[in-house]
Ligand binder design. Structure first.
Ligand code: 5AD
Length: 368
């Protein structure tokens, strides 16, 4: 089969809602001709429009704490980095920030993210979730790392409905190398029980980890598909000078764009956010490119000024203008969405099975 045949086959398959397979994903990632890449991205964008409409949505992230018991080789807030000033926000402050983001700035979805900081007990997290949803009915995603199944069950009952939980790489050997003392199997076990509990699971790899190849990246995207995640969270690895991976190269934007397109062609109905590391490296231009390659949501930072510089998972993470937490940031992204011929969705977004009666009853907002 020549490349034009392959292109047609991918577009047909994805257009039928089937989604492309692992070898087709790899083919997408291997392409280097800009015209061909343009064609692939346009096909991915058409698939997004066909299955999800021309809507995009915005998530707000509150980085609650940069204290972490893990020692992931790529991460600037890893346990062994003694140079980072640690912080943690108290529950009252998190509630205040979350509620303000919803009531004042118009956010509908919040991500509560932190290092693996066991200071936050299950009870504390549950009361934060309950209080925010009581005040404003936001859809809450947790991004707090590995906790046991009972904890995630309790937090679901408290009102959380999503988890952001990347597996970083689906190669067990590379996973073990990057995560001292942890295993890929444990990671996947968490993803499975989160799904079983009923969470909207967002998962995906880091793109460009040393040791990753196009083959393993294709495996990663196929893995998200096989998992049945409803959201794909991925982003470029950005080397941090105070980690063992300092000085590693950064991937080109084109590879991340191809990964977004491949994910869209493989999973016509999932949510694919433009994540903060993409914006950090490549700015507003990439936001547009990503929407035009099949992405359909954004992650904006809501961490308060007094601590935001310290959430340094990659260098200078929260220093760019794109990361401003304000009505202006929300409006800026909204303008980009419209520029790309899309509309901000008014509710929680598209194809999310937030159908349980109890949750719906406690939630007054309009859900698209
Ligand atoms: N560059 C890019 N992303 C990173 N993360 C951690 N460290 C880095 C880095 N140096 C990502 C991981 C993690 C998420 C919260 O942040 O994928 O899951």
């Amino acid at each position: 089969m020549d490349d034009s045949d392959m292109m047609r086959r991918l577009a047909d398959k994805a257009g039928r809602g089937e989604g492309i397979g692992r070898d087709e994903i790899r083919w997408v990632l291997e392409q280097s001709d800009p015209a061909r890449i343009g064609e692939i991205c346009a096909a991915a964008s058409a698939v997004r429009a066909k299955f999800l409409g021309n809507q995009a949505c915005i998530h707000g992230i509150i980085e609650m704490s940069n204290i972490c018991r893990r020692n992931c080789l790529y991460c600037g807030v890893r346990r062994d980095n003694r140079a980072v000033a640690r912080y943690r926000l108290e529950p009252e402050r998190i509630i205040e920030l979350g509620a303000a983001a919803v009531k004042r700035f118009g956010y509908k979805m919040l991500v509560l993210q932190s290092g693996e900081d066991l200071y936050y007990t299950t009870g504390m997290l549950a009361s934060v979730i309950k209080e925010i949803t009581r005040q404003c009915g936001a859809l809450i995603f947790l991004s707090i790392g590995e906790r046991d199944e009972t904890t995630y069950q309790k937090l679901y009952l408290a009102g959380a409905r999503g988890t952001l939980f990347r597996f970083e790489t689906s190669s067990p050997a590379l996973y073990a190398k990057m995560h001292p003392g942890a295993s890929f199997d444990e990671r996947v076990a968490h993803l499975r029980f989160m799904k079983d509990i009923g969470y909207i699971v967002a998962a995906g790899p880091l793109i460009g980890l040393p040791g990753q190849t196009l083959e393993t990246l294709a495996d990663d995207i196929a893995f998200v598909r096989d998992l049945g995640a409803l959201m794909v969270s991925t982003g470029p690895f950005i080397p941090h000078p105070l980690t063992p991976l300092a000085g590693s190269p950064v991937v080109p934007a084109s590879l991340v764009r191809k990964a977004i397109a491949a994910a869209r062609l493989a999973m016509p109905r999932v949510r694919i956010p433009v994540t903060t590391a993409m914006e950090h490296l490549w700015g507003d231009g990439f936001r547009r490119d990503a929407l035009r390659s099949g992405a359909n949501s954004f992650m904006l930072n809501l961490t308060p000024d007094d601590v935001r510089d310290r959430y340094d998972i990659y260098p200078d993470k929260n220093k760019r203008a794109e990361c401003l937490h304000s009505a202006a940031a929300f409006a800026g992204v909204n303008a980009i969405i419209e520029e790309c011929g899309m509309k901000l969705c008014r509710g929680f977004g598209i194809e999310f099975p937030v159908t349980d009666a109890a949750f719906a009853a406690g939630c007054s907002m309009d859900r698209t």
